[in-house]
Design a protein around this ligand. Structure first.
Ligand SMILES: Cc1ncc(C[n+]2csc(CCOP(=O)(O)OP(=O)(O)O)c2C)c(N)n1
Ligand SMILES: [Mg+2]
Length: 539
């Protein structure tokens, strides 16, 4: 077998049916192996490597399954760096297959095509698992190890390099089946301490992060048992159904954090609470995290449970009822808190009305892909999410321009549900040329571009904090409708939430290609008082 054939066989052995990719001479043998296996693995080629990597990320986030992309070395690899970094920040199982110059030249640069100094070293700064294939028989072994690494401890991306002359090399190859992921044993002592502490808690609060997405039912059951509100902000949205009165947003979470005696963080960095809201001795913190180093990073918790949320919460649900005090329903109290918060946030218009229009048309299992834009900031606080993995938000990297291509990947991997991408005029143009990819591969993504003619967020800060000295924040845009139509996409312009609703209905009914909806908007009120809120307890 050639290395290239062995690598494709290894991807297939791990259940991959798609690869997002952009070809080039360094990987021609690998692409030929993909061509020979076209019936088993789809190759979705993009117009920029950034698009390929973000698509793999979107597919991984929407499915929870590993996804892969393949690009040429040097500029190709660097073009994917923002997406790979984002995948790392989001703990997403994305495998990067990256070409290399001829093996003998790697250590002795001679200005080869796409040469870059220490590519392996650069990649190793971005991901936790990186390796290079040196011979055909390495391919199945290294790909299997990478796949295991992507789900071991804190999940995340992995990268494998292969030199141009190694792809074509032939040799005996031993097939490696998927390697079992080591499961952390549950620390039963810690579990009992957690159950005792939670069972006795008077004002418990749960915080759900991205690591809780696969334990939605368990988090919800725990919340009901404890009558504990569940705060989720971005990566944890959808873990608890927002129609449940116990589901709370970030500002309500802060209010409850200030009052809490016990907080259970599930698969979350607890970044806002620990870094901004403060903590003290009266607050017992319990953490459930797949990464053993995470729980004590900012504040040492009273109890740390290391491992996947699902088995840990299932065990907790077994032993908690015997230790739980009698609790009365908090439904009435929570409704009052929600009503007060809704009143406070009502000034976020037109953001909230546009979000309501989207929610009214996006089916319950439809996927909403967030962006670094005004309507996105409001969505993180106020867009009702009903199911896990249906609200994709990029976590702490918050890379402008991730949304459209990530949403394309989500829609490509989940053809069975509608996917909706929102962008500002700034963010959309980062990867807007992937409209060609959407046309080519008939991806029925619906994209709403809120066009304020500006990097609005930056512009508002310049107005408010820098005496209206505007710089580099006003934008000259194309006619977005004509632009999308020039690719062959369906496109329309709407001027109100009601018009958006009607346009969305038409767009979701169209399943054979992409739709763009432009919404011209003006300046929007700042959401920051509901996000950057400052200290709530402690000194
Ligand atoms: C990769 C990257 N570059 C720059 C930024 C800084 N940034 C945050 S918001 C923003 C402007 C966004 O403009 P637009 O997409 O039009 O959204 P709007 O705020 O106008 O709604 C910028 C430049 C970022 N978050 N990520
Ligand atoms: Mg804008």
């Amino acid at each position: 077998m050639t290395t290239a054939d062995a690598a494709v066989a290894a991807l297939l052995a791990h259940g991959l049916d798609t690869i997002y990719a952009l070809p080039g001479i360094h990987n021609d043998d690998f692409f030929d192996a993909l061509a020979k296996n076209a019936g088993k693995i789809r190759t979705i080629h993009t117009r920029h490597e950034q698009g390929a990597a973000y698509m793999a990320l979107g597919a991984a986030l929407a499915t929870g399954k590993p996804q892969a992309y393949c690009v040429v070395p040097g500029p190709g690899m660097l073009n994917t760096a923002a997406a790979l970094l984002t995948a790392y920040g989001m703990n997403a199982p994305v495998l990067a297959l990256i070409g290399q110059i001829a093996e003998r030249d790697i250590a002795h640069p001679v200005s080869n095509l796409h040469e870059i100094r220490d590519q392996a070293g650069i990649i190793a700064r971005i991901v936790d698992y990186a390796a290079r294939i040196h011979a055909p028989n390495d391919a199945p072994r290294l790909i299997a190890q990478a796949m295991r690494a992507m789900f071991t401890g804190r999940p995340g991306p992995a990268a494998i390099e292969c030199a141009v002359d190694v792809w074509e090399r032939s040799g005996p190859v031993r097939v490696v089946p998927p390697l079992p992921v080591r499961k952390a044993a549950i620390n039963e002592d810690a579990l009992r301490s957690a159950a005792k502490c939670l069972g006795a808690a008077k004002r418990p609060l749960i915080i759900a992060g991205g690591g809780a997405q696969d334990a939605a039912e368990e988090v919800t059951q725990l919340a009901h048992l404890l009558q504990a509100p569940v705060m989720s902000y971005r990566r944890g949205r959808g873990v608890i159904d927002d129609r449940d009165p116990l589901s709370v947003n970030l500002p309500l979470g802060r209010e409850l954090w200030a009052e809490a005696d016990v907080v259970l963080g599930v698969g979350t960095l607890m970044q806002y609470p620990l870094l901004h809201w403060g903590f003290d001795r009266d607050l017992a913190i319990i953490r459930v995290d797949a990464d053993p180093d995470e729980p004590a990073r900012i504040a040492r918790p009273k109890v740390a449970l290391v491992g996947r949320a699902l088995p840990i919460l299932r065990r907790l649900l077994e032993i908690l009822p015997a230790r739980n005090t009698r609790r009365s329903s908090r439904t009435v109290e929570m409704h009052q808190r929600h009503a007060r918060m809704q009143n406070r946030m009502a000034k976020l218009e037109p953001q909230l009305s546009y979000l309501a229009a989207i929610r009214a048309e996006l089916p319950e299992d439809g996927i909403f892909v967030d962006e670094v834009t005004q309507v996105g900031f409001a969505a993180r606080l106020a867009f009702p999410v009903y199911r896990p993995r249906t609200f994709l938000s990029p976590g702490h990297q918050d890379p402008l321009g991730w949304g459209f291509a990530t949403a394309l990947g989500a829609q490509d991997a989940r053809r069975d549900v509608p996917v909706l991408s929102i962008s500002g005029d700034g963010g959309f143009l980062y990867t807007a040329t992937e409209l060609a990819t959407a046309m080519r591969h008939r991806i029925p993504l619906v994209t709403v571009v809120f066009n304020d003619g500006a990097f609005g967020n930056v512009r508002r800060i310049q107005k408010e904090r820098y005496g209206n000295r505007l710089i580099a924040s006003d934008l000259t845009n194309p006619d977005f409708v004509a632009f999308a139509e020039s690719f062959g996409a369906a496109a329309t312009r709407v001027k109100s939430p009601a018009e958006l609703r009607a346009a969305l209905r038409t767009a979701f009914a169209r399943r054979d290609g992409p739709t763009l909806i432009e919404v011209p908007v003006g300046e929007m009120p700042s959401p920051w008082e509901f996000i950057l809120m400052g200290r709530a307890r402690g000194s």
